[in-house]
Design a protein around this ligand. Structure first.
Ligand code: FES
Length: 583
């Protein structure tokens, strides 16, 4: 299926109705531009256009397009879980909402006046009515309609590569048409206003256009107010739907979603995964704005894919177009109801609000106090020497699978993989105290998961896998570091070096975990004296007090017990901020 035609039926209806309305608006505005030549030329072309737009079929198509486009737009708005949207979408929604307030009175003045009061609403009638008192309002309507339509077409067409070739031409037209249209309106409007200053001309005009009498004029004025009030009432209903959905979800069940590069969030059930990312300020690419056309929001489901409903037809089409494997889904189409671990597969679109904000902050670097964990497989080099590369990759992936799941499950994120080890960071979302407890819980779970891996790979390994874990906490610099395409989000700072040294020390001390006293202190753990010692760490001036732990399962249960990550994300304030897009 062509990329421009993807999406569900409602999206296609909205698209087609929007294109019909845009075609009408474009020809209408080009007609205005003829005012630069003369009002007579405006009338000539207006009569041609009316052959189509004032015929019964034309009227039905236009009316259906207007009602369809407006009602589907409002329906979509009413169902949104968050207003934290890319700027272009927010602008388009705001423009779309403002159009009826200006357009409906204009329709009352022209088509309604023509149908119910037999007014001959040719250009000269409307110009005499509008100029100069309503000239600004009418110009504003023209610009809003034009920008709203051009934005819709641009963000739809940009998915189609050949569009880039014609973009300069279309952009030129997008600027010239409204300029010429406004120019025609100004010239024709001022000419008509000057002409009707002569009483006899005005009298003739009134006869020619069947100018509405006083009673008809009052009725039309009443209708103009009525349509504005009615649309305001419709907007109030949409606002009510948004509020009702918001409070219903706030009181309803929650779901936990863990991003493999962090964070882990707990949010109400109901929104799509893309909306969850936006609510939680997780940068997430979405070039088509969640219409199942672009596939840029795709994620790999690391855990929980069987709990998701099967893909709908639009999702199948878009995933099929990129040959996606079964565990890849579109974030804009899935609504998680069970625990999910996901990996975002494309870098976030920097035109999105969250992506842009984070990119700006990251390019300068942000300092944060975090917990750092180094995990390394012991003697893996020796183990790898005796095996085929495929077997080595298989074992490593099994190992990283369980370690990665433990890290993300406890609110951490993997900063980087380093051969047979990895560096993980905790506390970015929940603060350093929680981060240290999360890191200790992760260390305990890695130890327990090793039993499972060793049982599973017993025949292949010959001897059990063992790990060393080093933990430290302190100020780190988070930023995008690298060059060109290889720029990546990472952390640097002394705690990274210390955690690495402590991990190396685990082998020497024949223990599984060594953590700095700082980590224990932040986790509110007072270890017994026999577990502590002072060690010299390269790069640290003073001997460092550390705590050594034989196995992760020996860590005290009372320190690990509290699940502050979920408690944090369940706060209503977090959900409120996500909905309104508060920064
Ligand atoms: S397919 Fe485009 S945002 Fe999901």
């Amino acid at each position: 299926m062509h990329i421009l035609w993807r999406g569900d039926t409602l999206q296609r209806l909205r698209l087609v109705s929007g294109l019909i309305l845009f075609t009408f608006a474009a020809t209408h505005f080009i007609n205005h531009a003829l005012g630069l030549i003369s009002v007579d030329w405006m009338h000539v072309v207006q009569q041609w256009r009316w052959v189509v737009t004032r015929s019964w079929p034309g009227t039905i198509v236009l009316l259906a397009a207007l009602l369809t486009h407006a009602s589907l737009g409002l329906y979509k708005l009413a169902g949104r879980a968050t207003l934290r949207l890319p700027r272009w979408e927010l602008v388009q929604i705001a423009l779309g909402i403002s159009i009826p307030f200006l357009l409906l009175p204009h329709i009352v003045n022209t088509r309604i006046a023509h149908v119910f009061f037999n007014v001959n609403d040719i250009y000269v009638y409307e110009l005499a009515k509008l100029w100069p008192a309503s000239a600004l309002t009418q110009s504003l309507l023209l610009l809003i309609v034009w920008v709203h339509g051009c934005m819709g077409i641009h963000f739809w067409m940009r998915l189609y590569p050949p569009y880039r070739r014609v973009f300069p031409l279309l952009l030129t037209l997008a600027v010239l048409i409204p300029l010429a249209s406004l120019g025609g309106f100004v010239v024709a409007g001022s000419n008509v206003a000057a002409a009707i200053e002569i009483p006899s001309v005005l009298d003739n005009l009134k006869v020619l256009t069947r100018w509405p009498n006083e009673a008809a004029g009052e009725t039309l004025a009443w209708l103009r107010n009525l349509v504005r009030i009615e649309f305001a009432a419709v907007l109030a209903v949409v606002g009510g739907c948004l509020a009702w959905t918001y409070f219903a979800r706030l009181a309803g069940p929650k779901v936990t979603v863990a991003y493999t590069s962090g964070p882990t969030v707990r949010v109400p059930q109901g929104p799509t995964l893309l909306e969850i990312s936006r609510m939680s300020r997780v940068p997430h690419a979405s070039v088509c704005g969640g219409r199942a056309r672009c596939s840029t929001c795709r994620v790999r489901i690391e855990r929980g894919s069987f709990d998701l409903p099967p893909p709908t037809f639009p999702e199948v089409v878009t995933l099929g177009s990129i040959g996606a494997p079964p565990n890849v889904r579109l974030a804009c189409q899935i609504r998680p109801e069970h625990y999910l671990i996901v990996t975002r597969l494309l870098k976030s679109d920097t035109t999105g609000p969250e992506g842009a904000a984070i990119e700006e902050a990251d390019s300068a670097g942000v300092e944060k106090t975090l917990a750092v964990m180094f995990v390394d497989l012991r003697d893996f080099t020796r183990l790898a020497e005796k095996r085929l590369p495929f077997d080595v990759v298989y074992v490593l992936n099994e190992f990283f699978g369980v370690v990665g799941a433990a890290i993300t499950e406890h609110g951490g994120w993997i900063d980087k993989f380093l051969g047979d080890g990895l560096l993980a960071v905790f506390g970015q979302r929940d603060g350093i105290e929680s981060g240290c407890r999360q890191a200790l819980r992760t260390a305990r779970d890695i130890d327990l998961a090793l039993d499972h891996i060793n049982a599973k790979l017993e025949a292949e390994l010959g001897r059990p896998l063992a790990v060393g874990i080093g933990l430290d906490a302190g100020p780190l610099l988070l930023g995008r570091i690298g060059y060109g395409e290889s720029v990546d989000f990472t952390v640097i700072g002394n705690p990274v070096n210390v955690a690495s040294r402590l991990e190396a020390l685990t082998k020497e001390r024949d223990v599984q975990i060594i953590l700095s006293r700082q980590v224990a202190r932040q986790a509110e753990w007072e270890p017994p004296a026999e577990m502590t010692m002072h060690v010299d760490v390269r790069g640290v001036a003073e001997p460092l007090e550390v705590v050594q732990v034989g196995r992760g399962r020996e860590l005290p249960a009372e320190v690990l017990a509290k699940r502050e990550s979920e408690a944090e994300t369940e706060k209503p304030a977090a959900w409120t901020a996500g909905f309104w897009g508060r920064r």
